[in-house]
Structure formats: structure tokens, C-alpha cells
Design a protein around this ligand. Structure first.
Ligand code: GLU
Length: 282
């Protein structure tokens, strides 16, 4: 019995890639006699809008994908994230960081450094500096070296049975919370998956790179381990990924064009995509 979840951000209307992910999550839950949950990832208040939350409900209904109530709304979960952050701080696993995005970009020596995993560690070890203690940090970061020293390299299992172990390079001093956000994607994701009893995380292969640090956070916070299903992603025929900003055809437009939602959901499950689209690895 699997509890799955669909966790869109209400920063635009849903597109075909969302429908594909939701259809798989819904099917995995239903065929196992489990539950399909919905989570609104609205912590980025500058990009998220209430009308897009309504759009998510409308589009899922149109696809015929029913979900379990209550819907978890991340902007209402600040206290849970603060508790988790506090726990990491109290174990010395989170440190305040005063770097801005620009500072980090400048200090990265690797020409194509990935800011998510290659924070140069400028603020690590400065937590006791009196001047720093008085200032408001820009963010809180995970002390990944210390954490990995406690846990060893995290591993995870995919729904097809494949086992993976992270390498040290997959995990950096990830941001846990920001001055303007009570939790980062990684922290809110693990706290909420656990709170919703999620046992199978269904999401696109483009998010596979998030799994090592999320597994590490689960171990540190003593949260249960879900199984992962990282599915192929929907792309335009010529290989371009669907993106909200790239005017990907929305589900709302497909509905207006006369497409039948439940038929589309069933076709997606068999890997049959509308013409002009294809599935590909991330
Ligand atoms: N909110 C994320 C997205 O829209 C999903 C994150 C997840 O499934 O872990 O891509």
C-alpha cells in the first residue's frame, strides 16, 4: 500500500508534464490500495498566486484524478519547519550563512559550479563570531561534512528495486531556510513527506539530484524512508523541456481545445503522448 503525493508550485498553470507525474502518482496509490495526496508548494511568495492554486484543483479534477483531503499547504506549515531547523541547529548541523547569491557566484572557482552543491563554505565555522551572531543571516545551511560524518553516505531505493548510494559530491551545504522563506525546498519536502505519511515519492527524473540531500535530512531528522519513483519527463518532440515560462501548452488550453481529461490521463499512463511531445530522461 503506497501513499504518494503530487506537489506542484502554484506559480503558473499545470502542463502536460504535471499531468504525467500526477497520473503516475495517482495510479501507484490506487493500484496498491493506498492514497494519493496533494501538496501546494507555495513558499516562494513572490512567484506563487492563489489563482494558480485554484487552477491546480481544476486541472486535476478535469483529469479525473481525485486526491485525499486535507490538502497540505506549505505556507501554513511554518511552525513544523522551524522545529526541524531548530533540531538541526541544536545538534550543530546548521550554520548561519551571510552570503548573497552574488557572493557565492563570485567565489565559486569551478567555471560551471552548481550553486546547490558547491557552496564554498565561506560561513562554515563562523557561527561563534560575535559580530556575525548579532547580524541577521541570509540563510541557514546544512553542515554537510559534519552530517555525513555522523550518518555515512545516504542511500535510497527506486520503485523498480534499484538501489543507489550517494557520493560525497552529490551533497553540499544545502540551504535549509532563508531570511525570506521559513524552509528551503529540501527541508520542507522531507518534513512534509513525513507528515503526510508519504511512502513513495513520485517525481520527474530532473529532481533525482535532490534525493541524496533529502535522504540525508531524513536520516538526521529521524524521518521514515520512502521509496522513490523518478519517472521520465515530458519534452517537446525536438527535446526541449516543458517549462512554465516557455509557454508549454497548459492543461487548461488542452481542455479548451476539446481534449477529454480522463482519456488523456489513461493514455499518459501507457506512455502515449499527444503529438509533438515525447518522454525522455532528464
Ligand atoms: N514543487 C516541485 C515542482 O513543482 C515538486 C517537488 C517534488 O516533487 O519533490 O517541481
Amino acid at each position: 500500500m503506497f501513499i504518494t503525493r503530487f506537489a506542484p508550485s502554484p506559480s503558473g498553470r499545470l502542463h502536460l508534464g504535471h499531468a504525467y507525474s500526477a497520473a503516475i502518482g495517482h495510479a501507484r496509490a490506487r493500484e496498491s490500495g493506498g492514497k494519493f495526496r496533494l501538496r501546494i508548494e507555495d513558499l516562494d511568495q513572490t512567484r506563487c498566486k492563489p489563482e494558480f492554486v485554484d487552477g491546480i484543483f481544476e486541472d486535476l479534477r478535469w483529469l479525473g484524478l481525485d486526491w485525499e483531503e486535507p490538502v497540505l499547504v506549505q505556507s501554513e506549515r511554518t511552525a513544523a519547519y522551524a522545529d526541524a531547523l531548530e533540531q538541526l541547529k541544536s545538534e550543530g548541523l546548521a550554520y548561519p550563512c551571510f552570503c548573497t547569491r552574488a557572493d557565492i557566484a563570485q567565489s565559486l572557482t569551478a567555471p560551471h559550479g552548481d550553486a546547490a552543491t558547491s557552496y564554498p563554505g565561506t560561513c562554515r565555522g563562523l557561527a561563534d563570531d560575535p559580530e556575525r551572531r548579532a547580524a541577521t543571516p541570509h540563510s541557514w545551511r546544512l553542515d554537510s561534512a559534519k552530517a555525513l560524518g555522523m550518518t555515512g553516505l545516504p542511500s535510497w531505493r527506486e520503485a523498480d528495486g534499484a538501489e543507489f548510494t550517494a557520493s560525497g559530491r552529490d551533497i553540499g551545504d544545502a540551504i535549509l531556510a532563508r531570511k525570506d522563506a521559513p524552509a528551503s525546498y529540501h527541508l520542507s519536502c522531507v518534513v512534509d513527506d513525513a507528515a503526510s505519511g508519504v511512502t513513495m515519492v513520485v517525481r520527474g527524473a530532473d529532481l533525482r539530484a535532490s534525493t541524496p540531500v533529502q535522504r540525508l535530512l531524513q536520516i538526521l531528522l529521524d524521518l521514515p524512508e520512502p521509496v522513490y519513483l523518478h519517472h521520465q519527463i515530458v519534452a517537446h518532440e525536438e527535446g526541449r523541456r516543458l517549462a512554465k515560462r516557455d509557454l508549454a501548452p497548459t492543461l487548461a488550453a488542452m481542455r479548451d481545445g476539446g481534449i477529454d481529461g480522463p482519456t488523456l490521463a489513461v493514455q499518459l499512463l501507457t506512455g502515449l503522448l499527444p503529438s509533438g511531445f515525447r518522454l525522455q530522461e532528464a
